[in-house]
Design a protein around this ligand. Structure first.
Ligand code: SF4
Length: 248
């Protein structure tokens, strides 16, 4: 029986999809994002393996809570699609239990039979687009964006619900021209139900240092007013937007 490399779980997550979510954080990620706040998930460690049954049995303990809120289970990471056989089996069992399943992914995958099964069965994809420009994308993640954009096209062809997650990183992904480009690019994708704006923050810095890694960014987090202005531009273009609100 295939086992999964699981980093940790959060039983009452409120920021990874609709309602309250049981969030499973997978180990392993193909990217090395400059702003990653979970660098401790990058590697797969053999002493963190769990079976589908072990994961599901724990999820079921919290089912009443997340179901009542209109929530479900989110598979996150790290990158859950880096373990496609395990993830496909987990999604299948969760759907047999009639649980809403969201996949939080960077989309850096090939269209294998396991990935196709996951796409068919999961309810929602939270797809991170780190940058549309391939050079900028490589600077931010260390990898090309071609697979991510191909995965978005695949999700659109299969009529899945997609929330696009955008990290707003000053000097990389917040200027007017780039926001225009993003809106223009995303507009034709009927699968995109929501755009979620995630302002860059430095919360991951301590984890990098704890792991003996040098935090690579020295960027000031964006002003809330700038984030609100970007949110308004997406709203004006017809998108549902999730973004932090100004504190009064
Ligand atoms: S895709 Fe997510 S987990 Fe992977 S390096 Fe980037 S931010 Fe970190």
């Amino acid at each position: 029986m295939v086992k999964g490399y699981i980093h940790s779980v959060e039983t009452m997550g409120a920021v990874d999809g609709p309602g309250l979510r049981y969030v499973v954080f997978f180990q392993g990620c193909p990217f090395r994002c400059l702003f990653c706040h979970n660098p401790d998930t990058w590697k797969m460690l053999p002493d963190h393996q769990k079976s589908v049954d072990e994961v599901v049995q724990d999820i079921l303990k919290y089912r009443d809570f997340f179901s009542f809120s209109g929530g479900g289970v989110t598979l996150s990471g790290g990158e859950p699609l880096m373990q496609p056989a395990f993830t496909a089996e987990l999604v299948k069992v969760l759907k047999e239990q009639n649980i809403h399943v969201a996949i939080d992914t960077c989309g850096y995958v090939d269209k294998t039979p396991d990935i196709e099964r996951i796409v068919q069965q999961a309810d929602l994809f939270l797809l991170d687009i780190k940058h549309l420009n391939p050079v900028q994308h490589r600077k931010i993640t260390g990898k090309n964006n071609d697979k991510t954009l191909a995965f978005l096209r695949f999700l659109n062809e299969t009529h899945k619900d997609v929330w696009i997650r955008l990290v707003l990183l000053p000097t990389y992904s917040m200027d007017d021209a780039y926001i225009n480009e993003l809106i223009h690019f995303l507009k034709p994708f009927s699968c995109v139900k929501t755009v979620e704006l995630l302002p860059y923050h430095e919360a991951g810095k301590a984890k990098w240092e704890k792991l003996g890694l040098t935090y690579p960014l020295s960027v000031t987090p964006p002003e809330t007013d700038d984030v609100i202005a970007i949110a308004n531009r997406f709203k004006a273009a017809g998108f549902r937007v999730l973004a932090p609100e100004k504190k009064s």
